[in-house]
Design a protein around this ligand. Structure first.
Ligand SMILES: CC(C)(COP(=O)(O)OP(=O)(O)OC[C@H]1O[C@@H](n2cnc3c(N)ncnc32)[C@H](O)[C@@H]1OP(=O)(O)O)[C@@H](O)C(=O)NCCC(=O)NCCS
Length: 151
């Protein structure tokens, strides 16, 4: 296997990225495919979003989406790994770490202070801890698609 090559995602990668996400999430989450491709294209044009892909033998094997935001509490630029996905069959070959390496490099270059990530998967948490992330706080979610306030 060739060494993975990490690069910025391009417009023509949007459908491939969507296919990877679809493959990974099908049966688990509802799919909003058409909206997702549009959202990827929108993110690619937004300087607060960074999408990296990892290629092996010219094919995309991994993708990482990093979001930058101004943290008015800490008074600094921070960033959040929205998701990181490596194709099944390409895992445990260092692609995940190499995508994180590039994300860290680019985040430092932009002057970001911290990088955060959340995951519901214990295996992924092990991967992030191994990389150097530490457990810090509790992650909660509020669905805005339904009523939630209790009288
Ligand atoms: C989590 C994920 C991104 C890891 O990618 P990867 O390319 O396989 O990771 P790497 O090869 O760089 O792994 C580096 C180290 O992390 C640890 N690690 C990776 N996957 C792991 C797993 N499933 N369980 C425990 N530790 C793991 C190992 O220590 C590994 O080193 P080793 O293979 O020498 O033991 C990949 O498994 C994946 O895409 N999972 C599904 C999507 C997901 O859960 N994404 C994260 C939530 S947003």
């Amino acid at each position: 296997m060739q060494r993975p090559r990490t690069r910025l995602a391009r417009k023509e990668d949007a459908k491939i990225i969507e296919d990877m996400i679809y493959e990974w999430t099908k049966g688990q989450w509802p799919t909003w495919q058409r909206e997702r491709v549009k959202t990827i294209l929108k993110a690619l044009e937004d300087k607060n979003h960074l999408i990296l892909v990892s290629e092996i033998n010219g094919e995309i094997a991994g993708v990482l989406h990093l979001i930058f935001y101004s943290d008015i509490l800490l008074g600094s630029l921070n960033c959040h790994v929205n998701f990181l996905l490596v194709k099944e069959g390409c895992r445990r070959k260092g692609i995940g770490f190499s995508l994180l390496d590039e994300a860290v490099k680019q985040a430092r270059r932009r002057g970001a202070n911290e990088m955060h990530v959340d995951t519901i998967f214990e295996d992924a948490a092990k991967f992030y801890r191994k990389y150097g992330f530490i457990d810090d706080g509790i992650w909660l979610e509020l669905s805005l698609q339904k009523e939630f306030r209790k009288e």
